[in-house]
Design a protein around this ligand. Structure first.
Ligand code: SF4
Length: 118
């Protein structure tokens, strides 16, 4: 049995959550003001995810294209995701929200443009 302390990022209150883990399961969450905190603690301990943001160099342009994942992806895939983003071909023009990499690493999450680039 182990206790972990994490900060909930579900809202600006930033509650400090104390999570008890037993047999690789979340046995108890304390410190959460609402149920979202309990869910966040479980996700963070058992399957942490993160949004990924990056830049892609565009041939013939000085300014890169900024991109991000549409949703958080498993934390252990971040570096592989960045490699996929680096390899992605970009065809101009690009509009904000355009899919640059579809279903990156079979996560069911797309990489999308976060700006227009004519
Ligand atoms: S536990 Fe609820 S109130 Fe506290 S930071 Fe998380 S979402 Fe906000």
């Amino acid at each position: 049995m182990a206790d972990r302390e994490i900060i909930c990022i579900g809202c600006p209150m930033g509650c400090t959550l104390n999570v008890t883990v037993r047999d690789q399961q979340v046995a108890r969450v304390r410190g959460n003001v609402c149920s979202r905190g309990a869910q966040y603690a479980k996700d963070e301990v058992l399957n942490p995810k993160r949004m990924v943001t990056s830049l892609i160099a565009v041939q013939g342009r000085e300014e890169p294209l900024s991109v991000r994942t549409e949703k958080p992806i498993p934390k252990n895939l971040i570096f592989d995701c960045l490699r996929e983003i680096r390899k992605a071909p970009v065809t101009l023009p690009v509009a904000i929200g355009d899919v640059i990499v579809k279903n990156v690493l079979d996560t069911q999450v797309n990489i999308i443009a976060t700006r227009d680039l004519a």
